[in-house]
Design a protein around this ligand. Sequence first.
Ligand code: NAD
Ligand code: G3P
Length: 273
Amino acid sequence: MGDTATTHHTKSANNGANDNQIGFKSRVSVIGSGSWGSVAAKLVAFNTLNLSSFHDEVKMWVFEETLQSGEKLTDAINRTNENVKYLPGIKLGKNVIADPDLDNAVEDANMLVFVTPHQFIDNICKSLVGKVRSDAEAISLIKGMEVKIEGPCLISTYISEQLGINCSVLMGANLANEIAEEKFSEATVGYRNNREIAEQWVQLFTTPYFMVTPVQDVEGVELCGTLKNVVAIAAGFVDGLDMGNNTKVHTSGFITSILPISTLSSFSCHAYY
Ligand SMILES: NC(=O)c1ccc[n+]([C@@H]2O[C@H](COP(=O)([O-])OP(=O)(O)OC[C@H]3O[C@@H](n4cnc5c(N)ncnc54)[C@H](O)[C@@H]3O)[C@@H](O)[C@H]2O)c1
Ligand SMILES: O=P(O)(O)OC[C@H](O)CO
Protein backbone atom coordinates (compact mmCIF):
# COMPACT_ATOMS: atom_id res chain seq x y z
CA MET A 1 0.00 0.00 0.00
CA GLY A 2 1.34 3.41 -0.93
CA ASP A 3 4.72 2.14 -2.14
CA THR A 4 4.09 3.74 -5.51
CA ALA A 5 4.68 7.08 -3.84
CA THR A 6 8.41 6.70 -3.73
CA THR A 7 8.74 5.37 -7.24
CA HIS A 8 6.55 7.54 -9.47
CA HIS A 9 6.14 11.27 -9.54
CA THR A 10 3.66 13.55 -11.27
CA LYS A 11 4.97 16.46 -13.27
CA SER A 12 5.19 19.52 -11.13
CA ALA A 13 5.92 23.21 -11.18
CA ASN A 14 9.34 22.60 -9.61
CA ASN A 15 11.07 19.25 -9.86
CA GLY A 16 13.63 20.15 -7.23
CA ALA A 17 16.51 19.26 -9.58
CA ASN A 18 18.74 22.04 -8.26
CA ASP A 19 18.11 21.40 -4.63
CA ASN A 20 20.87 18.95 -3.81
CA GLN A 21 23.28 21.83 -3.59
CA ILE A 22 24.90 22.82 -0.34
CA GLY A 23 22.81 25.35 1.51
CA PHE A 24 19.43 24.07 0.34
CA LYS A 25 16.76 24.84 2.94
CA SER A 26 13.49 22.96 3.20
CA ARG A 27 10.24 24.89 3.05
CA VAL A 28 7.22 23.73 5.04
CA SER A 29 3.58 24.39 4.19
CA VAL A 30 0.65 23.45 6.38
CA ILE A 31 -2.50 22.60 4.44
CA GLY A 32 -5.34 23.27 6.86
CA SER A 33 -5.98 25.88 9.52
CA GLY A 34 -8.58 24.53 11.92
CA SER A 35 -7.64 24.12 15.55
CA TRP A 36 -5.20 21.25 14.97
CA GLY A 37 -3.90 22.81 11.77
CA SER A 38 -3.13 26.02 13.63
CA VAL A 39 -1.37 24.15 16.43
CA ALA A 40 0.63 22.18 13.83
CA ALA A 41 1.70 25.47 12.26
CA LYS A 42 2.69 26.81 15.69
CA LEU A 43 4.83 23.73 16.49
CA VAL A 44 6.54 23.70 13.11
CA ALA A 45 7.10 27.46 13.07
CA PHE A 46 8.76 27.33 16.48
CA ASN A 47 11.22 24.77 15.12
CA THR A 48 11.94 26.25 11.68
CA LEU A 49 13.26 29.35 13.46
CA ASN A 50 15.87 27.20 15.19
CA LEU A 51 16.74 24.64 12.51
CA SER A 52 19.26 25.89 9.97
CA SER A 53 18.11 23.40 7.33
CA PHE A 54 14.65 25.01 7.14
CA HIS A 55 13.38 28.37 5.92
CA ASP A 56 11.92 30.31 8.82
CA GLU A 57 8.63 31.05 7.06
CA VAL A 58 5.80 28.51 7.33
CA LYS A 59 2.85 29.00 5.01
CA MET A 60 -0.55 27.90 6.26
CA TRP A 61 -3.32 27.40 3.74
CA VAL A 62 -6.62 28.84 4.97
CA PHE A 63 -10.03 27.85 3.65
CA GLU A 64 -11.16 31.45 3.34
CA GLU A 65 -14.09 32.64 5.41
CA THR A 66 -15.51 36.06 6.16
CA LEU A 67 -15.75 36.81 9.87
CA GLN A 68 -18.80 38.49 11.42
CA SER A 69 -16.76 41.70 11.50
CA GLY A 70 -16.51 41.52 7.71
CA GLU A 71 -12.77 40.86 7.82
CA LYS A 72 -11.37 37.88 5.92
CA LEU A 73 -10.07 35.13 8.22
CA THR A 74 -6.70 35.14 6.45
CA ASP A 75 -6.28 38.87 7.00
CA ALA A 76 -7.25 38.51 10.65
CA ILE A 77 -4.69 35.72 11.15
CA ASN A 78 -1.91 37.73 9.51
CA ARG A 79 -2.87 40.90 11.41
CA THR A 80 -3.14 39.34 14.87
CA ASN A 81 -0.88 36.26 14.49
CA GLU A 82 -3.81 34.26 15.92
CA ASN A 83 -6.41 32.08 14.27
CA VAL A 84 -9.20 34.15 15.75
CA LYS A 85 -11.89 31.68 14.69
CA TYR A 86 -10.38 28.23 15.31
CA LEU A 87 -7.68 28.85 17.93
CA PRO A 88 -8.33 32.23 19.56
CA GLY A 89 -5.89 33.54 22.13
CA ILE A 90 -2.90 31.53 20.86
CA LYS A 91 -0.02 33.25 19.06
CA LEU A 92 1.11 31.13 16.13
CA GLY A 93 4.54 32.65 15.66
CA LYS A 94 5.33 35.64 13.47
CA ASN A 95 6.80 33.35 10.83
CA VAL A 96 3.41 31.71 10.13
CA ILE A 97 1.92 33.28 7.02
CA ALA A 98 -1.73 32.53 6.27
CA ASP A 99 -2.54 32.17 2.58
CA PRO A 100 -6.00 31.51 1.10
CA ASP A 101 -4.53 30.48 -2.29
CA LEU A 102 -3.81 26.75 -2.16
CA ASP A 103 -1.48 26.74 -5.18
CA ASN A 104 0.48 29.64 -3.78
CA ALA A 105 0.63 28.05 -0.34
CA VAL A 106 2.32 24.87 -1.61
CA GLU A 107 4.51 26.47 -4.27
CA ASP A 108 8.18 25.77 -3.52
CA ALA A 109 7.36 23.74 -0.39
CA ASN A 110 9.09 20.38 -0.17
CA MET A 111 7.48 19.40 3.15
CA LEU A 112 3.69 19.36 3.15
CA VAL A 113 1.64 18.93 6.33
CA PHE A 114 -1.92 17.81 5.58
CA VAL A 115 -4.27 18.63 8.45
CA THR A 116 -7.82 19.24 7.25
CA PRO A 117 -10.99 17.39 8.21
CA HIS A 118 -10.90 14.19 6.15
CA GLN A 119 -13.99 15.02 4.08
CA PHE A 120 -12.13 17.83 2.30
CA ILE A 121 -8.98 15.93 1.34
CA ASP A 122 -10.44 14.60 -1.90
CA ASN A 123 -11.03 18.07 -3.39
CA ILE A 124 -7.77 19.42 -1.99
CA CYS A 125 -5.70 16.61 -3.51
CA LYS A 126 -7.49 16.86 -6.85
CA SER A 127 -6.73 20.56 -7.07
CA LEU A 128 -3.09 19.96 -6.11
CA VAL A 129 -2.34 17.39 -8.83
CA GLY A 130 0.64 18.65 -10.82
CA LYS A 131 1.16 21.60 -8.47
CA VAL A 132 3.41 20.12 -5.78
CA ARG A 133 7.13 19.53 -6.12
CA SER A 134 7.96 16.04 -7.38
CA ASP A 135 10.44 15.63 -4.51
CA ALA A 136 7.98 16.81 -1.85
CA GLU A 137 7.39 14.75 1.28
CA ALA A 138 3.98 14.78 2.91
CA ILE A 139 2.75 14.00 6.38
CA SER A 140 -0.89 13.50 7.31
CA LEU A 141 -2.31 14.52 10.69
CA ILE A 142 -5.80 13.68 9.46
CA LYS A 143 -7.95 11.20 11.34
CA GLY A 144 -10.51 9.38 9.24
CA MET A 145 -10.64 7.36 6.02
CA GLU A 146 -11.72 7.78 2.43
CA VAL A 147 -14.45 5.22 1.89
CA LYS A 148 -14.56 4.15 -1.75
CA ILE A 149 -16.74 1.55 -3.50
CA GLU A 150 -13.80 -0.86 -3.43
CA GLY A 151 -13.32 -0.36 0.31
CA PRO A 152 -11.78 2.02 2.83
CA CYS A 153 -8.58 3.83 1.88
CA LEU A 154 -6.18 5.38 4.38
CA ILE A 155 -5.75 9.14 3.98
CA SER A 156 -1.96 8.78 3.68
CA THR A 157 -2.43 6.27 0.86
CA TYR A 158 -4.91 8.58 -0.83
CA ILE A 159 -2.49 11.54 -0.66
CA SER A 160 0.36 9.38 -1.97
CA GLU A 161 -1.66 8.01 -4.84
CA GLN A 162 -3.20 11.33 -5.87
CA LEU A 163 -0.03 13.40 -5.71
CA GLY A 164 2.65 10.77 -6.40
CA ILE A 165 4.62 11.65 -3.28
CA ASN A 166 5.54 9.75 -0.15
CA CYS A 167 3.28 10.36 2.84
CA SER A 168 4.09 9.73 6.50
CA VAL A 169 1.62 10.23 9.35
CA LEU A 170 1.64 11.88 12.77
CA MET A 171 -0.98 10.65 15.23
CA GLY A 172 -1.57 10.55 18.95
CA ALA A 173 -4.01 11.31 21.71
CA ASN A 174 -3.70 14.98 20.87
CA LEU A 175 -6.32 17.54 21.80
CA ALA A 176 -5.43 20.70 19.93
CA ASN A 177 -6.49 23.18 22.61
CA GLU A 178 -4.29 21.51 25.24
CA ILE A 179 -1.20 21.40 23.05
CA ALA A 180 -1.90 25.00 22.05
CA GLU A 181 -1.58 25.86 25.75
CA GLU A 182 1.69 23.90 25.84
CA LYS A 183 0.38 21.13 28.07
CA PHE A 184 2.51 18.01 27.70
CA SER A 185 1.50 15.48 25.06
CA GLU A 186 3.11 12.90 22.79
CA ALA A 187 2.62 11.62 19.27
CA THR A 188 3.99 9.03 16.88
CA VAL A 189 5.35 9.61 13.38
CA GLY A 190 4.60 6.60 11.20
CA TYR A 191 7.02 6.35 8.29
CA ARG A 192 7.42 3.92 5.41
CA ASN A 193 11.09 3.31 4.72
CA ASN A 194 13.06 6.53 4.89
CA ARG A 195 14.28 7.01 8.46
CA GLU A 196 15.98 10.29 7.54
CA ILE A 197 12.66 11.80 6.49
CA ALA A 198 11.05 10.52 9.69
CA GLU A 199 13.78 12.24 11.71
CA GLN A 200 13.07 15.50 9.88
CA TRP A 201 9.39 15.31 10.77
CA VAL A 202 10.29 14.49 14.38
CA GLN A 203 12.60 17.55 14.48
CA LEU A 204 9.88 19.75 13.00
CA PHE A 205 7.20 18.78 15.50
CA THR A 206 9.11 18.12 18.73
CA THR A 207 8.99 20.78 21.43
CA PRO A 208 9.61 20.55 25.18
CA TYR A 209 5.85 19.95 25.62
CA PHE A 210 5.27 17.73 22.55
CA MET A 211 7.27 14.51 22.41
CA VAL A 212 7.39 12.76 19.05
CA THR A 213 8.63 9.20 18.42
CA PRO A 214 9.17 7.63 14.96
CA VAL A 215 7.85 4.14 14.14
CA GLN A 216 8.26 2.36 10.79
CA ASP A 217 4.57 1.54 10.38
CA VAL A 218 2.42 4.07 8.51
CA GLU A 219 -0.74 1.96 8.42
CA GLY A 220 -0.55 0.85 12.06
CA VAL A 221 0.01 4.37 13.39
CA GLU A 222 -2.71 5.87 11.17
CA LEU A 223 -5.27 3.20 12.01
CA CYS A 224 -4.55 3.47 15.75
CA GLY A 225 -4.96 7.24 15.61
CA THR A 226 -8.19 7.01 13.69
CA LEU A 227 -9.81 4.04 15.39
CA LYS A 228 -8.99 5.13 18.92
CA ASN A 229 -11.71 7.75 18.49
CA VAL A 230 -14.20 4.94 17.89
CA VAL A 231 -12.96 3.22 21.04
CA ALA A 232 -13.25 6.50 22.94
CA ILE A 233 -16.90 6.81 21.92
CA ALA A 234 -17.55 3.21 23.00
CA ALA A 235 -15.82 3.92 26.33
CA GLY A 236 -18.04 6.96 26.75
CA PHE A 237 -21.11 4.77 26.20
CA VAL A 238 -19.83 2.37 28.87
CA ASP A 239 -19.40 5.28 31.31
CA GLY A 240 -22.82 6.63 30.42
CA LEU A 241 -24.43 3.27 30.99
CA ASP A 242 -22.41 2.84 34.20
CA MET A 243 -21.24 -0.59 33.08
CA GLY A 244 -17.89 -0.43 34.88
CA ASN A 245 -14.21 -0.65 34.02
CA ASN A 246 -14.17 -4.39 33.25
CA THR A 247 -16.54 -3.79 30.36
CA LYS A 248 -14.65 -0.69 29.28
CA VAL A 249 -11.42 -2.67 28.84
CA HIS A 250 -13.13 -4.79 26.19
CA THR A 251 -13.85 -1.73 24.02
CA SER A 252 -10.13 -1.43 23.25
CA GLY A 253 -9.71 -5.10 22.35
CA PHE A 254 -10.94 -4.67 18.81
CA ILE A 255 -7.96 -2.58 17.70
CA THR A 256 -5.46 -5.30 18.57
CA SER A 257 -7.71 -7.90 17.00
CA ILE A 258 -7.98 -6.11 13.64
CA LEU A 259 -4.35 -5.08 13.50
CA PRO A 260 -2.42 -8.29 14.19
CA ILE A 261 0.43 -7.28 11.87
CA SER A 262 1.10 -3.87 13.36
CA THR A 263 4.16 -3.51 15.51
CA LEU A 264 3.64 -3.17 19.24
CA SER A 265 5.38 0.21 19.20
CA SER A 266 2.67 1.60 16.92
CA PHE A 267 0.38 1.41 19.92
CA SER A 268 2.83 2.69 22.48
CA CYS A 269 2.17 6.39 22.07
CA HIS A 270 -1.60 6.14 21.79
CA ALA A 271 -3.67 6.49 24.90
CA TYR A 272 -7.04 5.03 24.11
CA TYR A 273 -9.17 7.34 26.15
N1 NAD B 1 -8.81 19.22 16.94
C1 NAD B 1 -8.06 18.27 17.50
O1 NAD B 1 -7.87 18.24 18.72
C2 NAD B 1 -7.42 17.23 16.62
C3 NAD B 1 -6.43 16.41 17.17
C4 NAD B 1 -5.81 15.45 16.40
C5 NAD B 1 -6.19 15.30 15.08
N2 NAD B 1 -7.15 16.09 14.55
C6 NAD B 1 -7.48 15.92 13.14
O2 NAD B 1 -7.01 17.06 12.42
C7 NAD B 1 -7.82 17.29 11.28
C8 NAD B 1 -8.23 18.74 11.25
O3 NAD B 1 -9.04 19.00 12.37
P1 NAD B 1 -9.14 20.44 13.04
O4 NAD B 1 -9.54 20.17 14.45
O5 NAD B 1 -7.92 21.24 12.75
O6 NAD B 1 -10.36 21.08 12.24
P2 NAD B 1 -11.47 22.09 12.80
O7 NAD B 1 -12.74 21.33 13.01
O8 NAD B 1 -10.93 22.90 13.94
O9 NAD B 1 -11.65 23.10 11.59
C9 NAD B 1 -12.29 22.79 10.41
C10 NAD B 1 -11.43 23.33 9.27
O10 NAD B 1 -12.02 22.95 8.03
C11 NAD B 1 -12.01 24.09 7.17
N3 NAD B 1 -13.03 23.94 6.14
C12 NAD B 1 -14.35 24.18 6.22
N4 NAD B 1 -14.93 23.92 5.04
C13 NAD B 1 -13.94 23.52 4.19
C14 NAD B 1 -13.92 23.10 2.84
N5 NAD B 1 -15.01 23.03 2.11
N6 NAD B 1 -12.72 22.72 2.32
C15 NAD B 1 -11.60 22.75 3.05
N7 NAD B 1 -11.56 23.13 4.34
C16 NAD B 1 -12.73 23.51 4.91
C17 NAD B 1 -12.24 25.24 8.12
O11 NAD B 1 -11.88 26.46 7.53
C18 NAD B 1 -11.32 24.84 9.26
O12 NAD B 1 -9.98 25.21 8.98
C19 NAD B 1 -8.99 16.30 11.38
O13 NAD B 1 -8.71 15.22 10.54
C20 NAD B 1 -8.96 15.85 12.84
O14 NAD B 1 -9.43 14.55 12.99
C21 NAD B 1 -7.76 17.07 15.29
O1 G3P C 1 -11.97 14.42 17.11
P1 G3P C 1 -10.91 14.71 16.09
O2 G3P C 1 -11.06 13.89 14.87
O3 G3P C 1 -10.73 16.16 15.83
O4 G3P C 1 -9.55 14.23 16.71
C1 G3P C 1 -9.30 14.43 18.06
C2 G3P C 1 -8.08 13.65 18.38
O5 G3P C 1 -8.16 12.38 17.82
C3 G3P C 1 -7.85 13.55 19.85
O6 G3P C 1 -6.79 12.70 20.09
